[in-house]
Design a protein around this ligand. Structure first.
Ligand SMILES: [Zn+2]
Length: 180
């Protein structure tokens, strides 16, 4: 890792593993914080185009697996009520839909998370509308479906906020590392 001392512009060559440590410049003896290496996208076995193609399938598979895990909970913890597990499955199924899709994307994960959230909200909205249209809203179960779907959408929004925070932090870190 090569960089310049911010005080005297002396070129310093330091081993990569000392990134982030504070040392004294060999020329002016002032304390210098060794820069973190620029963030490079994580190497993965898949090329970017394939990861983009896999965003939706990964999202759906993650969502189904999260829901199945909830069903297993029902057997492991028989004291949990069916309604609670249904709610939990809605939350987990929705959250993991967004996380699975966003993690598959090689970059722009916040935008991917946001898009999946909007698509999911539309699907849930259509489901609720169908419930209304078929006259099942007199069913007391309807309110619970509504709560579950609403909870699922809140969960996806929270996931989006987390991705936004992470990307903002990564950008900030990247910008700081580029400061000469
Ligand atoms: Zn110096």
């Amino acid at each position: 890792m090569k960089f310049s001392c911010p005080h005297c512009d002396q070129h310093i060559d330091a081993p990569d593993e000392s990134a982030g440590q504070q040392v004294n410049c060999p020329t002016c003896a002032k304390p210098v914080c060794l820069p973190q290496p620029l963030q490079t996208p994580k190497a993965s076995g898949f090329p970017d185009w394939l990861r983009w193609v896999l965003v939706l399938p990964t999202a759906i598979v993650c969502s189904i697996v999260a829901r199945l895990a909830g069903e297993i909970n029902l057997y492991m913890f028989p004291f949990l009520s069916d309604s609670f597990v249904q709610f939990w499955n809605c939350i987990m199924g929705s959250a993991f839909l967004v996380v699975g899709g966003a993690q598959s994307a090689p970059k722009h994960r916040f935008i991917v998370a946001l898009t999946l959230t909007v698509v999911w909200a539309i699907f849930s909205g259509v489901g609720i509308a169908m419930f209304f249209l078929t006259g099942k809203h007199s069913d007391p179960l309807f309110l619970w479906y509504f709560v579950c779907d609403g909870g699922g959408i809140v969960a996806t929004v929270i996931v989006c906020v987390v991705y936004h925070q992470m990307e903002t932090k990564a950008r900030l870190k990247d910008a700081l590392a580029r400061v000469p």
